[in-house]
Every structure is written in structure tokens, then in C-alpha cells.
Design a protein. Structure first.
Length: 655
């Protein structure tokens, strides 16, 4: 295989401040190296010790890791515990009145929930679910807006040993139907609707439509939370209001003590083709790394106010809203709404008003906020912040620098975290008291994570050469299976080309001379231009480094001579240009990329839009861009797009 060429050169380095090193949960490079050495010397002993120290067990485990049926690894399998107990009950004796959740609704209304309050709510719903016949091992679909109740629903399922599958509130009835069928769900927990940017959006009708399609006979109960007060049709004998289900229920609920490998949740990931994959996660291993990364990556302290802006419909919302912060006993913000309502200062105002100390968001949100008002953060008091985080995709260096300087005041480390739905928790990330930062790099693997760059046959690449990112040893929070499809699991993540034991991440990456990892984009997003394999992320970073550009996405399209040509979709900081102005700016950007990277990476086409096609969670739908670049009719489901009208704008290249 040709190597994936790394064309981005970043020389800026930001060492951790001495005061951060002195107080950090992992303080200094020597401590990091000690942890890595301990994992290398006794891998199972390393993870076993952490599991005993950080989790509360009903039945202690004897075997740490069972590799006898690789790649179907089992962690702590002969131990029992309950995830909800680890998130709630364990704190009742020490901090029952500590705030667990500060909820800010779309209209700015604030609700404070203590650990005791949250425990009571979870127990009452858990008892209600048991009263309608839901038992350990059942699957429950959750289709909720961002809310305290979404967290309660997930925790209540965990408490009774039911496996939950959360579906993002922007997904269509067809998506719901597919997931209900695949999981064999016995119940759906939903809301009448959700509030978003001052508008009420219905949810319950999509559930009704999904169940009416047919094949959903497994669903016996639909629990409906009243959020918007909109008209809702209740189906007799099936549907029940949430408030009726929990009324007069006992405020305590004995947890189901389940095996460590009991499926905590199934989370479906959509591919470009084929049916969605149900990523299955365990209970103990998943929770261990959720709480561990709260302590290591986010350096969580008792006084912190933690805010992850993700939706619970995605894995980030599972690990760093519903489970990790609560298992760590932290206070966190849960937010309903969008960052630009009622104005583009919403995030900064919330940080100021709630005195947020740790802020974790996506590069897409960062770039959108730059476009909405790059100087806006300066109008707010953000001095409470001590740590910033980035998640979801590589953050380009220029957005990193804006985040660092304008939001963090030049004093807050940025933990640029690489991980996936399948990994369950952070894998490669800076540690704030350890790692000198390089803008755009997720830096080094966490202790106990054996990451490597290999070629297509699984052989290690020399440093500086781009290749395929793999994880060489199993880790506790890893995917356990694809629900109902073990063969797809094995072929997708542990293919024979990689010795059947290396986890294939699906990302191209480069490891530099200092051992820092640079993610170069998905393997299927690597462009082959005249025999050169180029990562799309590096071309996007070059475009965004131009002062005119707010955001960019790059895809390839077939080319008779070069194999593939580069097509760039660009959002400017100013108005979308037309006519001669568009031609002039497009030429400026082409020449800019040629200068920043080299002529080989210069886009053949540039298309301007007011925005990029994104889901409501902010994820760019690149497969739609690939169809547009090829001038194909868009046949994919666009029901999850925040802005479907943008596709028309992006059909036309600049002439």
C-alpha cells in the first residue's frame, strides 16, 4: 500500500502550566510514563486494579480478561454490579445534596437536581417500568429530547437490568422502526415533543408512525413524557403518560445485580449503505473507562462544573453526560436547545452564568460559533474555565487556536479527544497535567491503550508515514458485538488482514517523531490524486486556515486522468459570493491550498454555501457531499438534516 501522505506541518507547542501539573489527577510526564509502564508490565493487573479501585462490586471478579474466544473478549466477566448503583447510590452517604444536574431549557429556565433528587426520580421510573412487566434483559428504546428525564430513563433501565437503545430525537420514523425491529424492543420511552430554538417539534407522532409500519409486535408499552404540551394521541392499552407511571411509586428500587458483561446499551451507527449497526456495550468495562477518563482526561475535581454539549442520542452523551460524570460524583450542565438561540452568545452566557470550569464540545460547533461571531466570547466573563475539550472529529489548527485564545484566554489546556462509538471512551487524548499540546493533534494514547499505525497487512509503519490506525490489545470499554450479527462485528473490526486481533478503527493517521498521533480522516475519505493518497482533514484544515473561511469539507470525485479530483465545499465568514466575486475567491483559495500544502492538493472545484449539510447534532453528512460532487441525484434519507435546503446551494460549482 502507498502510505497516506501527511501534508500538514504544525510546529506550535503549548506545554502544560506548572500550576496545572501540580494539581492534576495525573501530574507530569513521569506519572504518565509510570502508568504506561505499569500497563506494559502487567496488562491485566493494571486494569484489574483500576476496576477494583473505581467501581463498586456486588460480587468481586476473579478473572480480569478472557481472550479465549477472541475477538469476543470478556472483561471482569465473573463479577456482578449495577451501573445505576455506581452512579447514584454510592454518593448518597457522602454527598446527597450535591447538585448532580443543572438543566437549562431552550427558553433559559433552570432546574437544579441533587444526587438525592436524581436517585428518587430514577427509582420511581424504574419501579414504574417493572410494574408494566419490563425485566432484566429486555430492550427499551428511548426517543427523548435533551432533558433530565432522558438521563433518568437511561439510568432507570440500567437499574432494572434492561438494555437501552437511545435514538437521537432528530431521526425519522423509518429510523426508529429499523432500530425497534433490530433490537426487539419491548417498550419505547419518548416525549410528546421537544423545544429547539424557540419552536416545538413533535416526537410522539414519529413513534406512532414507526409502530404502524408493522413488525413491531414486541413493543407492549410506550411511555410518553409531557414536554411541550402538544396534542398527543394515546393508544389504549399501550401508551401511558410518564407522570401517571411514576405517580405514588416507591422512592427506592432494589437494583438488578448483573454480570459485568451484561449489555448496558445498544447504540446504532448509520453507515453509508446497509442497515444500521447496533454497537453493543457491556456494563462494567464501559463504566470503568467512563469514570476513569473523567478523572484522567478532564481532571475532574469536586468543585468543577462540567459541561458536555452533546446529545444523549450519541455516544458522547452516553459516556460524558449520563454515566461518566455521575459515576465520578460531578456536577454537570445538561442543555436543551441550540448554541445560536436566542442569539449566538448562548454558550458563552451559560459558561459565565453557571461558572462552568470544563467545557467539552465539537469542532463543528466551534467553527459555527466562529462564523456567528468570532469576537463574541470576549463580551462574557469566561474566567471560570480551566479546561476545554474537543470531540467528534479532528479539530483543525486554526479553530484550535481560536478556541485556545478567545474562549480559553490562552490559559486553558485543550483535550482534543480521539475515540468512537465503538471504543466507548477516550483512547488517544492529551492529559491536561501531562501533555505539551500541538494544535490539531490528539497527542498520545491513554495508559493501557496500545495504539499503532500499520499498513494494509498489519505491519507497523515507521514514524512520519501515514497509515491505518489500530488498537493492538483489547480494552475494557470496547464494543462487545454488533447486536445480532457477530460475523459483521468480526469482519468490520477484527479483519483477518490485521491478524484477527487488532481493532480496526477505520481512520487514517500519522504518528510523528514525538509519538503524537494526527488523525487524517476516515480511510474511506482518503483521496487518491495522481497516485498520492491524501487525507481530507488536512486539506480542510488548510482551507479553514485562510482568514476568509469559516468551515470546509472536502470529498473526492472520479477523474479520468488523476483518478480522483478534490472537491471543496466552503462556508465563508462573510456572505456567500456569487458571479465574479465567487470566481475570484475560489481562485484565491485554490492558490492558498497550493501554497499551504502543494499543488497536488489544490481543489479542482469549490462550491460555496451558507452552511454545510449537517444533522441536528452538528455532524457533517459527507456521503451527501460525495453524491453532490458526482452530480448524482441525492437518494439518501435526509430527514435528519438540520438544513436540507442547503443541498440546492451546493449543487453548483463555481465556474
Amino acid at each position: 500500500m502507498s502510505t497516506i501522505e501527511s501534508v500538514m506541518h504544525e510546529t506550535r507547542v503549548f506545554p502544560p502550566a506548572p500550576e496545572m501539573v501540580a494539581q492534576a489527577n495525573v501530574g507530569g510526564m513521569d506519572e504518565y510514563n509510570r502508568l504506561c509502564a505499569a500497563a506494559a508490565a502487567d496488562y491485566t493487573g493494571f486494569w484489574g486494579g483500576l476496576a477494583r479501585d473505581h467501581l463498586v462490586w456486588k460480587t468481586p471478579f476473579n478473572e480480569v480478561l478472557d481472550e479465549s474466544n477472541a475477538p469476543f473478549f470478556r472483561w471482569f466477566h465473573d463479577g456482578t454490579l449495577n451501573v445505576s448503583y455506581n452512579c447514584l447510590d454510592r454518593h448518597l452517604a457522602t454527598q446527597p445534596d450535591k447538585l448532580a444536574i443543572i438543566f437549562e431549557a431552550d427558553d433559559g429556565a433552570i432546574t437544579n437536581v441533587t444526587y438525592r433528587d436524581l436517585y428518587t426520580r430514577v427509582c420511581q421510573l424504574a419501579n414504574g417500568l417493572r410494574s408494566v412487566g419490563i425485566v432484566e434483559g429486555d430492550r427499551v428504546l428511548i426517543y427523548m429530547p435533551m432533558s433530565i428525564e432522558a438521563v433518568v430513563a437511561m439510568q432507570a433501565c440500567a437499574r432494572i437490568g434492561a438494555t437501552h437503545s437511545v435514538v437521537f430525537g432528530g431521526f425519522s420514523a423509518k429510523s426508529l422502526h429499523e432500530r425497534i425491529i433490530d433490537a426487539g424492543a419491548v417498550a419505547v420511552i419518548c416525549a410528546d415533543g421537544q423545544m429547539r430554538g424557540g419552536k416545538a417539534i413533535s416526537l410522539k407522532p414519529a413513534v406512532d408512525e414507526a409502530l404502524a409500519i408493522g413488525g413491531c409486535d414486541s413493543v407492549k408499552t410506550v411511555v410518553v413524557y409531557r414536554r411541550t404540551g402538544g396534542d398527543v394521541k394515546l393508544h389504549a392499552g399501550r401508551d401511558v403518560w410518564w407522570h401517571d407511571l411514576v405517580r405514588d411509586r416507591a422512592t427506592e428500587c432494589e437494583p438488578a445485580w448483573v454480570g459485568a458483561e451484561h449489555p448496558l446499551f445498544i447504540l446504532y451507527t448509520s453507515g453509508s449503505t446497509g442497515k444500521p449497526k447496533g454497537v453493543q456495550h457491556s456494563s462494567a468495562g464501559y463504566l470503568l473507562q467512563a469514570v476513569l477518563t473523567m478523572k484522567w482526561t478532564f481532571d475532574i475535581k469536586p468543585a468543577d462544573i462540567f459541561w458536555c454539549t452533546a446529545d444523549v442520542g450519541w455516544v458522547t452523551g452516553h459516556t460524558y453526560i449520563t454515566y461518566g460524570p455521575l459515576a465520578a460524583g460531578a456536577t454537570q450542565i445538561v442543555f436543551e436547545g441550540v448554541p445560536t438561540y436566542p442569539d449566538a452568545g448562548r454558550f458563552w452566557r451559560m459558561i459565565q452564568d453557571h461558572k462552568v470550569t470544563i467545557f467539552y464540545t465539537a469542532p463543528t460547533a466551534i467553527r459555527s460559533l466562529i462564523k456567528a461571531g468570532g469576537d463574541l466570547p470576549k463580551q462574557y466573563d469566561l474566567t471560570s474555565l480551566r479546561l476545554l475539550g474537543s470531540v467528534g472529529e479532528p479539530i483543525n489548527p486554526e479553530a484550535w487556536m481560536w478556541y485556545h485564545n478567545t474562549v480559553g484566554g490562552g490559559r486553558c489546556p485543550i483535550v482534543d479527544t480521539w475515540w468512537q462509538t465503538e471504543t466507548g471512551s477516550h483512547m488517544i487524548t492529551p492529559l491536561p497535567g501531562v501533555t505539551p499540546l500541538k494544535p490539531g493533534s490528539c497527542t498520545m494514547p491513554l495508559p493501557g491503550i496500545i495504539a499503532a499505525i500499520v499498513d494494509e497487512t498489519g505491519h507497523d509503519m515507521e514514524r512520519g508515514k501515514g497509515g491505518i490506525l489500530v488498537i493492538k490489545r483489547p480494552w475494557p470499554s470496547m464494543i462487545r458485538n454488533i447486536w445480532g450479527d457477530p460475523e459483521r462485528y468480526r469482519k468490520s473490526y477484527f479483519p483477518d488482514d490485521f491478524q484477527g486481533r487488532y481493532y480496526l478503527a477505520g481512520d487514517g493517521a500519522n504518528c510523528d517523531a514525538d509519538g503524537y498521533f494526527w488523525i487524517m480522516g476516515r480511510i474511506d475519505d482518503v483521496l487518491n490524486v495522481s497516485g498520492h493518497r491524501l487525507g481530507t482533514m488536512e486539506i480542510e484544515s488548510a482551507l479553514v486556515a485562510n482568514p476568509l473561511v469559516a468551515e470546509a469539507a472536502v470529498v473526492g470525485k472520479p477523474h479520468d486522468i488523476k483518478g480522483e479530483s478534490v472537491v471543496a465545499f466552503v462556508v465563508l465568514k462573510g456572505a456567500r459570493p456569487e458571479g465574479d466575486a465567487a470566481i475570484e475567491i475560489a481562485n484565491t483559495l485554490r492558490n492558498w491550498v497550493a501554497k499551504e500544502i502543494g499543488p497536488i492538493a489544490k481543489p479542482d472545484e469549490i462550491r460555496f454555501g451558507d452552511n454545510l449539510p449537517k444533522t441536528r447534532s452538528g455532524k457533517i453528512m459527507r456521503r451527501l457531499l460525495r453524491s453532490l460532487a458526482k452530480n448524482e441525484e441525492v437518494t439518501q434519507d435526509v430527514s435528519t438534516l438540520e438544513n436540507p435546503a442547503i443541498l440546492e446551494q451546493l449543487k453548483q460549482p463555481v465556474k
